[in-house]
Design a protein around this ligand. Structure first.
Ligand SMILES: [Zn+2]
Ligand SMILES: [Zn+2]
Length: 296
């Protein structure tokens, strides 16, 4: 018989939404509840959290990747909540603050490439090439490696034109990987978008295409990943159906590593849960269960 579920010792992750209309993820560890990016209004974020039985009042911090509006639009409302600290690089904080000078944000400035602690999290930032001031990805880790509190980690990298070696090194350390599959190159070419915008999206500082992301994922030997989220899908230049077709069986024919696709319109109901216990039964339908290999 498996031990009773103890949410307090589990790590849970879900994506509230991800597209050019807004980006926000939720990571819950035994000692922290944090958002990654804040692309939705506070009211909408609260409603989205409620759908996952979470409250905005319990959020400790927001970790920003960069200043584009689909990642920071919610700060106006979120900044009113006194318990929320906002982590960003200095250049990102300046860009955000100059766009919303009236908003008082409790900044926690982080350096690109640095590691630091927040609650029970160890957070590492890594540079990603994107056309913003100082875009970063994040590697969040928690746990001391014991059976009760095993090491568990999440890498978040959306909004990047290329997967650099440095970014790939950080992402390879994660149990849960969030990476973008932004556009299909042909749909982008055939879209009515202005030439300059097409150039920007497909540049080395733009966004990853389906083909680039697939090539990157396939290039990683013996990945640690136990769950992959494909995010920041363009509603005009990509589709969930196409992403499913391209990535589906190509990555994991045995289905050992679930792949969740974040619909740009409706989001993603999946929750990754990594606990210290051994699980034998599938969870309720909206939850995907990811087990720690050492517990098998
Ligand atoms: Zn974006
Ligand atoms: Zn961006």
């Amino acid at each position: 018989m498996r031990p009773a579920r103890d949410w307090n010792s589990s790590v849970r992750f879900c994506i509230l939404g991800s597209s050019s209309g807004g980006n926000c993820g939720l990571l819950q560890t035994p000692g922290s509840r944090v958002l990654i990016d804040a692309g939705f209004s506070a009211r909408r974020t609260r409603a989205m959290l409620a759908a996952f039985n979470q409250s905005l009042d319990d959020i400790d911090a927001v970790f920003l990747t960069h200043e584009h509006s689909d990642h920071v639009n919610g700060l106006r409302g979120l900044a009113k909540l006194e318990n929320i600290k906002v982590f960003a690089t200095y250049a990102t904080s300046c860009a955000v603050q100059s766009a919303m000078p009236e908003v008082k944000i409790r900044w926690q400035i982080v350096e690109r490439g640095a590691s630091f602690s927040f609650g029970d999290l160890t957070v590492r930032t890594f540079a990603v090439p994107h056309d913003a001031m100082d875009t970063v990805g994040y590697l969040f880790s928690t746990g001391d490696g014991s059976a009760e509190n095993p090491a568990r980690s999440l890498a978040w990298m959306t909004d990047l034109g290329t997967v650099t070696e440095n970014a790939a090194r950080s992402a390879a350390l994660a149990d849960i990987l969030v990476v973008e599959a932004n556009h299909d190159i042909r749909m982008l070419e055939e879209s009515s978008r202005p030439f300059s915008l097409k150039q920007r999206i497909r540049s080395k500082h733009g966004h990853l295409s389906n083909a680039q992301t697939l090539e990157y994922l396939k290039s990683v030997r013996s990945p640690r990943w136990k769950h992959i989220y494909l995010a920041h899908i363009s509603p005009e230049c990509n589709s969930v159906g196409l992403v499913r077709e391209i990535f589906g069986e190509a990555l994991d024919p045995e289905g050992a590593c679930p792949i969740s696709i974040v619909d740009p319109a409706s989001g993603c109901p999946d929750v990754t849960e990594i606990g210290p216990w051994q699980r034998s039964n599938p969870d309720p339908e909206r939850t995907r269960v990811v087990r720690q290999p050492e517990m098998f």
